[in-house]
Design a protein around this ligand. Structure first.
Ligand code: SER
Length: 408
């Protein structure tokens, strides 16, 4: 079985053998001027070069980049979505075009990773009222003898409301146990793993599309999703990099149930990586995303057992995670920040519970109640809802913690 580390090496070697230079993967914090809160794709650090500035390493590049997507937050826990994940990338900065990129992509999947071509399906941009279909990519899929499906919105990539954008061609792999059937839009067992974008335009605030002088190619492949195929696991959560989580957490906290184990593993792992990139929990922006992840972890854990605490987490898990994401930071302060946030949340819940025990809040909460709870007691609406519907979650948490005593 090919490990995640070997998968990364095979990818990078493949592109290095084809003249691509390795650029160092960067932080989750995008460069100033980038319209997104977190790096959501490997191309972020390369934006100026895709816009035409010469890159010191040349016109063919490759790397592996940690990314974070919150658009998929509610989907975390299914078989494919993660909050923080890694993206394998290759770029042509005005050098070769989309057809070459797709040909190499298929060659790597088929010959480099040994994936049966019958499990491969493509999609291309089918055109809309402003931009014509991506004929080049369409023909390439046909020449390769692989099935391809045109779509519109699904095959248009943009880096936020303004900036670089263009048509993309996506590679899907079949994850079902039966023979492949249907198409990516009709059967969700086709899972998107690799996107090949032709960065052909810059979108202006008025919506106008300005063609770039020399379109670049930007590709990104989800490492954990590829790992799921290569390691033949039912979901991304069983691949090797998640093993320390799936063995340690049930040992610490008893059986969590499949869906909670997935959410808690994803959110804790993501929180450690975000903290490792020196973001701290706060009321807005990046820190708020981090706070949401930690709170969601805690409400999931406390729902069944209020004595669970993040102080149970062994430092090895922090080390393993930071190391895997190539973050050279001391795990101890990261752990301290996580525990501080747990403590703050615990205090907030206790205060909220006290306020809500007043008989004014005995019935269903009204909009006025929520406003009052927020403005006077700093209790956000979602937490007020959570507390008013809790059936003992976290209730009396400190008492039960004391009863439970320290965990081994
Ligand atoms: N930017 C594209 C994506 O994120 C390809 O890397 O899908």
């Amino acid at each position: 079985m090919i490990t995640t580390d070997q998968t990364v090496r095979t990818f990078l070697d493949f592109f290095r053998d084809r003249g691509h230079e390795l650029t160092p993967g960067g932080s989750l914090i995008p460069s100033p001027g980038d319209p997104v809160l977190f790096t959501t794709s490997g191309m972020h650090p390369l934006t100026p070069y895709l816009l035409g500035r010469p890159h010191p390493l040349g016109r063919r590049l490759t790397n592996v980049q940690r990314c974070l997507r919150t658009t998929d937050l509610d989907e975390v826990g299914d078989d494919t979505h993660l909050t923080v994940f890694e993206m394998l990338g290759s770029w042509s900065l005005g050098d070769y075009g989309g057809p070459q990129s797709l040909r190499w992509g298929i060659e790597l999947l088929r010959d480099g990773f040994g994936i049966d071509p019958r499990r491969i399906h493509g999609t291309v941009f089918g055109g809309d009222d402003r931009v014509e279909p991506d004929h080049e990519s369409w023909r390439t899929w046909q020449d390769l003898g692989l099935p391809v499906e045109p779509t519109t919105e699904e095959n248009w990539w943009s880096n936020g409301p303004t900036g670089l954008c263009g048509p993309d061609s996506e590679i899907f792999l079949w994850t079902g146990s039966e023979n492949p059937q249907g198409t990516p839009t009709t059967d969700d067992r086709w899972v998107e793993i690799w996107n090949h974008v032709t960065m052909r335009y810059v979108r202006h605030p008025d919506g106008g599309l300005e063609p770039v002088r020399r379109p670049g190619i930007d590709t990104g492949m989800g490492l954990e999703r590829l790992g799921r195929i290569l390691q033949n696991t039912p979901s991304v959560f069983e691949i090797d990099v998640f093993r320390p989580w799936s063995t340690t957490l049930p040992r610490l906290w008893g059986p969590l149930g499949e869906s909670s184990l997935r959410v808690v593993s994803d959110h804790l792992r993501s929180s450690i990586v975000i903290l490792g990139d020196r973001v701290t929990p706060s009321l807005s922006g990046r820190g708020h995303i981090l706070r949401r992840l930690i709170r969601r972890t805690l409400t999931t854990l406390w729902r069944d057992d209020p004595s669970r605490t993040l102080s149970d987490l062994p430092i090895d898990l922090f080390d393993h995670t930071l190391d895997h994401f190539r973050q050279h930071v001391d795990p101890h302060p990261v752990r301290t920040l996580l525990l501080d946030e747990e403590h703050k949340f615990d205090l907030l819940l206790q205060r909220g519970r006290q306020v809500l025990s007043h008989r004014r809040f005995a019935g269903p909460l009204t909009d006025d109640d929520y406003r009052y709870l927020h403005d006077t007691h700093g209790l956000p609406r979602d937490l007020a809802v959570y507390l008013s519907t809790e059936s003992g979650i976290g209730r009396g948490r400190l008492d039960s913690k004391r009863r439970a005593g320290p965990r081994p």
